[in-house]
Design a protein around this ligand. Sequence first.
Ligand code: FMN
Length: 405
Amino acid sequence: MALRKRKIVLGVSGGIAAYKAVELLRLLTKERATVYVVMSANADKFVTPLTFEALSGNPVYHQVFDSASSSLMEHIRVAESADLLVVAPATASTIGKMANGLADDALSNLFAAFRGPVLIAPAMNDGMYANPAVKANIETMKGRGVEFIEPEHGELACGTIGPGRLVAPEILLEAVKRQLSLKNDLSKFRILVTAGPTHEPLDPVRYITNPSSGKMGFAVAHAARDRGAKVTLISGPTRLAVSEDVRFFSCRKASEMNELVHKQLPSCDVLIMTAAVGDFAPEQIEKEKIKKKGGESLVLKLVPTEDILLNVAEWKTGQFVVGFAAESENIIQSAIEKLHNKKLDFIVANDISAPGIGFQSDSNQVTFIDKEERIEQLPLLPKREIADHLLDRILSLISPADGRG
Ligand SMILES: Cc1cc2nc3c(=O)[nH]c(=O)nc-3n(C[C@H](O)[C@H](O)[C@H](O)COP(=O)(O)O)c2cc1C
């Protein structure tokens, strides 16, 4: 039952080992995972979609230009909230597509759109596996944070002996569990996370905001959930899907987020504030849409919003509080000042001026700073991995006795 409530997308491509994917699907469903199968263009030459449909109890995505009910959009929506994409077996051809961003069948389309963790189990003839292009494709994907399960050495379907055989379904199942970090090491903790931007309205249609996508906070919430924590997520407007087993509150303005944090704080042990809360809001919200008056300028008076972190310093009753500092200059110094001024236990600093990281991006490069001003700089990593590193650090700083759940 270890995979209860986990949503897994199982990608199957056209290799002789596709029959092992059937067994893997059976093992996953036996552990109560919800599995959606996605097939490459040639996978149905080896196993029929009907087999996967019957065993998973869910529609199988195998044709891009399919009927409306099993359209690409529908499957991408399913994949958005999946915890893991596991591709087993992965052919040389499918690996090549995935490494190079090609999307011409159901599996490669879904992979291209998928943002969560990916586990790939290659299986192919030993000559193919030794091919420099295949090797380079695998290395490219590893460099992007994709996990691989090395194939076994053994007798291959083509009659030769060498590396290339798909590992046993039981080993794949273990790898899935490992990848989902079913460590349960946070099961004693109640974790409150804030995420996303805030919207400060000017009039019924306009508002002041920032480019925060919410991805960091959602990654923290889902990582904590995967490790057994009871998670509550408070988020400003985002386009992200939240898992059913995370308590979720949505809000718009900084004042609403402030109120929600105030209400939820007493029932948490750890608060992780990743939200990019607006610092200023229009003093007055116009009832009607503001009209342009010829060439006249519009002067807006902005007033400071609620400083949620500062309020938390007043409200907290022993919670471990983590702040995020998105800075564009004097990154470390500004973060250290924020850590002390807002009486935080820990701060995560990131440089929003660096291209390709931070807001909107799936990766980030951050620096951890604790109360003793010990600094740990992380490399560029997917946000989900940063989330797990952060949770590891928090866990090392709070004694298990702090858990009240
Ligand atoms: C009987 C048979 C077995 C095959 N087994 C493999 C295999 O194990 N690994 C592989 O990479 N390709 C294998 N191939 C070749 C792939 O099926 C072929 O490259 C195909 O284009 C892969 O398409 P797909 O990745 O869209 O499923 C096999 C082909 C045949 C006819």
